[in-house]
Design a protein around this ligand. Structure first.
Ligand code: NAP
Length: 295
């Protein structure tokens, strides 16, 4: 059997089309224009390209966007002052501070400083707490995107054995939490593995849905999964450089061998990646609707 490919590119395109229409309607009927600010500290090339892509996508959807580029020697106070300014700015409904931050800035302090009602990344403890309780909040973008991919591909999660590799705060932990919620794209039985897990293969081999978010290229091989498994590969690993100077990417799953056993699989690139930015836009529209009493 060769797996059906879950294309993040196609699903993201469909969601962006829906969002664009929603933004147009908000503007026409309510005179509301969702606004997003992205704040970048330093010049890390990967971060520069992520922030540029976010601003471009916002623009393409009709979302008002500002990009603030701050030098690598920006002080913590200067960054907190910027956040404070945008917390009070009514044009801005979503604030995104691109991570990682330079080492001299306390990331936790910065994330706590963002108004939870503008925390479109879903990293503020208020939003994390609401997510755990199953209340309305901003869901973290990558896990939110994965839920959409599963739902829109018709993958049944209710009662499924879901095994997640990786326990980061931005992917593994929220993913586990969302999949066990009592609602659509949830109701799964969840196992979360990490580097201290005694027998990871035991878990991966019984997974109906396997979500890999470890950052180790091609870690998961065909002999570690069962026939018919659904594979969501979150990993984005730079494994080389093409002649034209473009990064060659690999996921955490050995795509070529595993696709012969899986029923569904996400590719890298073109899988989870395009969904993450799209869900940021979805959260920004949600933030604008909440701020203007439309939700
Ligand atoms: P992270 O913070 O680096 O954490 C990695 C996690 O994987 C840790 O919990 C670690 O365990 C676990 N781990 C490492 N090796 C393992 C192994 N051999 N077996 C089981 N668990 C193992 O990771 P992250 O930020 O979640 O990112 C993970 C990957 O996803 C990276 O490649 C990243 O680039 C990618 N990513 C992609 C997107 C996207 O939009 N496509 C978004 C976010 C991240 P310990 O906790 O025990 O150390």
């Amino acid at each position: 059997m060769s797996a059906k490919i879950i294309s993040g590119v196609e699903i993201a395109k469909a969601i962006r089309k829906e969002l664009k229409e929603e933004v147009e309607e908000l503007k026409a009927k309510h005179n509301v224009v969702p606004g997003l600010v992205t704040i970048l500290v330093g010049e890390d090339p990967a971060s520069v390209s992520y922030v540029t892509a976010k601003s471009k996508t916002a623009h393409a959807l009709g979302i008002y966007s500002e990009q603030v580029d701050m030098s690598a020697d920006t002080t913590e106070k200067e960054l907190l002052d910027q956040i404070d300014k945008f917390n009070k700015d009514n044009k801005i409904h979503g604030i995104l501070v691109q991570l990682p931050l330079p080492k001299h800035i306390d990331e936790g302090k910065v994330l706590y400083a963002i108004d939870p009602d503008k925390d479109v990344d879903g990293f503020h403890p208020v939003n994390v707490g609401k997510m755990v309780l199953g209340e309305r909040c901003f869901l973290p973008c990558t896990p939110h995107g994965i839920l959409q991919m599963l739902q829109r591909s018709g993958v049944e999660t209710s009662g499924a054995e879901v095994v997640i590799l990786g326990r980061s705060n931005i992917v593994g932990k929220p993913m586990a939490n969302l999949m066990l919620q009592k609602r659509a794209a949830g109701n799964a039985t969840v196992t979360l593995c990490h580097t201290r897990t005694k027998d990871t293969d035991f878990h991966t081999k019984r997974a109906d849905i396997l979500i890999a978010a470890v950052g180790v290229p091609n870690l998961v091989k065909a002999d570690q999964v069962k026939e018919g498994v659904v594979i969501i590969d979150v990993g984005v690993n730079r494994v080389g450089m093409s002649e034209s100077g473009k990064a060659i990417l690999a996921g955490d799953v050995d795509f070529e061998s595993v696709k012969e056993k899986a029923s569904f699989i996400t590719p890298v690139p073109g899988g989870v990646g395009p969904m993450t930015i799209t869900m940021l836009m979805k959260n920004t529209v949600q933030a604008a609707k909440q701020a203007t009493g439309l939700l």
